[in-house]
Design a protein around this ligand. Structure first.
Ligand code: NAG
Ligand code: NAG
Length: 278
């Protein structure tokens, strides 16, 4: 029905006169021997047939025809078929033939070619399908027609599986779990690195003792001992950085801290060595 409402709304606000007379509407059942059904002339006061037409054969094809004077033909002629309460409809366009001042409109409805959701509704839920007719022209609001013609009741079984149509609605929520950034290298790399660093530290101490660095540096607060403290501090800092890495700090954090610690180590180490040579 939405389609119809949009069509009519689009035509509102424009006035004029068309004087539409829809003559000799018939519904024929072309696939069975059932006799055609004559409807009363279609006007805005048309009353829908009280009894639904029951269709007992999936092969049935319905034909709705009527005639309109050629000088009155509407710009838009659409037949809607579907469930108004479910808001599920399909539409049909007519074949129009004009002869001797009369236009004949013919809508063909092949039942087995109805969209699956409609068949599902009509066959499995036994819902009625309502046929509605829209005849409308721009500038002829008072004469535009939008009437319900008849109901269809499908009383046959379909042997194929029918599926529901996807309706416009929110899609299921997307839950994407990103893989966590890998934080550490394998444990054996971290452990062997720690061991190498500790070994280097002790080698360094031994080398210093052998070189007599400690004996040449007095404990008084001169620049030499300051550099020495800074250098030892940097080396301890480096150890600390690697211990934190071993305990689970990320590689990027480790690289950053190691950079600062080594920068301090290089600067204070160079200064210390220079001051030792003096
Ligand atoms: C529909 O038509 C096809 C072929 O025209 C036929 O094989 C089938 O049996 C018919 N089905 C019914 C329910 O009449
Ligand atoms: C409409 O269909 C009926 C039944 O098939 C037929 O008798 C009638 O001549 C048709 N009318 C027009 C205008 O084609």
């Amino acid at each position: 029905m939405l389609f119809g409402k949009i069509a009519l709304t689009a035509l509102l606000g424009v006035t004029g006169a068309l004087g539409l007379t829809v003559k000799q509407p018939h519904v024929a059942f072309t696939s069975s021997k059932r006799s055609p059904l004559a409807l009363s002339p279609i006007t805005n006061n048309y009353k829908k047939l009280t009894k639904p037409m029951s269709i007992d054969n999936a092969n049935e094809t319905l034909e709705l025809n009527f005639s309109i004077n050629s000088d009155e033909t509407p710009q838009q002629a659409v037949l809607l078929l579907g469930s108004i309460s479910e808001g599920l409809e399909t539409h049909f366009e007519p074949i129009i033939k004009t002869k001797e001042g009369v236009s004949t409109y013919k809508f063909t409805i092949p039942i087995d070619q109805l969209p699956e959701p409609l068949l599902l509704l009509a066959v499995e839920s036994r819902d009625l399908l309502t046929a509605s007719l829209i005849l409308a022209s721009e500038g002829a609001v008072s004469d535009n027609l939008f009437v319900e013609l008849f109901d269809l009741s499908l009383v046959f079984d379909v042997d194929r599986r029918l599926s529901k149509s996807p309706r416009l609605e929110a899609m299921p929520e997307i839950k994407h779990i990103f893989r966590g950034a890998s934080k550490t290298v394998p444990a054996w790399v971290a452990q062997s690195t720690s061991l190498i660093i500790i070994a280097c530290f002790f080698l360094l101490l031994v080398a210093w003792v052998a070189l007599g660095v400690f004996s040449s540096v007095s404990l008084s607060c001169n620049t030499k001992s300051l550099y020495l403290l800074a250098f030892i501090g940097s080396v301890c800092g480096m150890e600390y950085v690697f211990i934190r890495y071993y305990l689970g700090a990320s590689i990027f954090e480790t690289l950053e801290h190691a950079f600062y610690a080594s920068l301090g180590g290089i600067l204070s180490g160079a200064k210390l060595l220079i001051s030792l040579t003096k």
